[in-house]
Design a protein around this ligand. Structure first.
Ligand code: GNR
Ligand code: NI
Length: 153
C-alpha cells in the first residue's frame, strides 16, 4: 500500500479550501500548478445539502455506462465560459484516499460529470476539447486575449 505523505494531506486541504472559496464543485492539482494526480470534489450543491468533500489520489475510471448525459459545464481554468458536454451518465471510479486505502464508488448525476471533468484535468484535457472546432476556437481565442491582458496589467 502506497503511503500518503503529509505533503499530500496539506495539498488536499489547500485544494479543498481553494475549491470552496472559488466557489467550485471540483478541483484538480494541475489547476493549481501541482503536477500530482490528485482531485478534490464536493457536488452536494443543494441549499440544505450536507457537505461531502472527497479527495481522490490516482483516480481511475474503471467502468462507464452506455447511457450518456449532457451537462452545461464550466471550468475554473476557463473563467466565464460554459458549454454543453456529453459524457457517460454513470462512472465507476477507483482511487486511493488520504488513509492510503483503495476506494471504489459509482457516481451519477453531477458527481459523474464532475469526476470525469477532474480526471480529464490530470491528463491535460479540458471540456472544450469535446466541443466542435469553431466553438472551441472561440473560447481559446478569448482566453488568449484575456491572458495577454493579464500579462500587461
Ligand atoms: O466548479 C465547477 N463546476 C462545474 C460545472 C459543470 C461541470 C464541471 C464543473 S467543474 C468546475 C470546477 C473546475 O473547473 N474543476 O476542474
Ligand atoms: Ni475544470
Amino acid at each position: 500500500m502506497a503511503s500518503v505523505t503529509d505533503d499530500l494531506r496539506r495539498l488536499a486541504d489547500d485544494m479543498l479550501e481553494t475549491m470552496y472559496e472559488a466557489p467550485g464543485i471540483g478541483l484538480a492539482a494541475p489547476q493549481v500548478a501541482v503536477m500530482s494526480r490528485m482531485v478534490v470534489a464536493d457536488c452536494e450543491t443543494g441549499e440544505d445539502a450536507k457537505p461531502r468533500p472527497i479527495v481522490l489520489i490516482n483516480p481511475q475510471v474503471i467502468w462507464t455506462s452506455e447511457e450518456r448525459s449532457v451537462y452545461d459545464e464550466g471550468c475554473l481554468s476557463l473563467p466565464e465560459h460554459y458549454a454543453e458536454v456529453e459524457r457517460p451518465a454513470e462512472v465507476e471510479v477507483e482511487w486511493m484516499d488520504l488513509d492510503g486505502k483503495t476506494q471504489r464508488e459509482k457516481f451519477d448525476g453531477l458527481w459523474a460529470t464532475c469526476v470525469q471533468h477532474e480526471i480529464d484535468h490530470l491528463d491535460g484535457k479540458l471540456f472544450i476539447d469535446y466541443l466542435k472546432p469553431l466553438k472551441r476556437q472561440m473560447i481559446t481565442r478569448k482566453m488568449q486575449k484575456l491572458k495577454r491582458e493579464l500579462a500587461r496589467a
